[in-house]
Design a protein. Structure first.
Length: 248
């Protein structure tokens, strides 16, 4: 499947808040092309070595965002070392929420509509869909395995890799030429969990990511722009009180 390339990406980026657009560059439309079919045999040790290497810089990305209850949103991801910010904004630039994280510390979710904050362990507060921890999710979005140095990565068979982190585990399906992740599914004793489906890749970077919960909730991300920098600048965390009962 080929990556959809739209010439209006710069105009879309101008519509979102300054937090979203700061420093973003056009993601390489010139690299758009058809991916090799997913039937090529996978050399899992080589795929793991390729997809689990450290990030080459601090990624910053902009997405169109649709969730099961709403459409027309924008989502930005800004990183600086082991810290990051995930911002969800309305179409005309008003930020709805901000999630801040640092390494293994619990992320903090800021509900900018309600003017309060709370701790959040994954993407559930930001997207309404439970998923993997944010540092691992960022690596997945920029074309790596969803695994940090603290996680255990085990090759299985048929292009599958098991990633085991603290309090979570997932089966990752990898395909070749180029090596890329096409699905991630939570595994464990609780039965069916959340699931990522990734497609429309440019090399290993997915152009479309869909996250689904077993209860039917879902979120879909459509990549607009991506930049790598040596050291990204992050917006300050808002000074907000704790939420009394949590966002709706």
């Amino acid at each position: 499947m080929s990556k959809r390339c739209t010439p209006d990406a710069f105009n879309i980026a101008r519509m979102v808040s300054p937090i979203v657009t700061s420093g973003l560059l056009l993601f390489g439309f010139a690299a758009c092309g058809s991916a090799v079919p997913e039937t090529t045999p996978v050399d899992l040790p080589a795929a793991i070595e390729k997809l689990n290497r450290p990030l080459s810089g601090d990624p910053a990305a902009l997405y169109r965002l649709r969730v099961s209850s709403s459409g027309g949103l924008r989502m930005s991801v800004l990183t600086s070392g082991d810290e990051g910010r995930l911002t969800v904004s309305e179409p005309f630039g008003s930020a709805v929420s901000l999630t801040a994280w640092k390494a293994l510390h619990p992320p903090t979710f800021f509900d900018l509509r309600k003017g309060c904050r709370l701790e959040s362990s994954d993407l559930e507060r930001a997207l309404g869909v439970a998923a993997m921890p944010l540092p691992q999710a960022v690596r997945l979005l920029v074309g790596r395995l969803p695994a940090t140095s603290e996680d255990r990565v085990t090759p299985l068979e048929n292009g599958r890799v098991l990633v085991e982190g603290r309090y979570w585990a997932a089966l990752v399906r990898v395909v070749a030429d180029p090596y890329r992740v096409v699905s991630v599914e939570e595994t464990g004793s609780r039965g069916r969990g959340w699931r990522f489906e990734l497609r429309d890749h440019s090399l290993s970077v997915p152009g479309i990511v869909r996250v689904e919960n077993p209860d039917g909730r879902w979120a879909e991300l459509d990549l607009v722009r991506l930049e790598w920098s040596e050291r990204g600048e992050l917006p300050p965390r808002p000074e907000l009180p704790l939420c009394s009962f949590g966002p709706d």
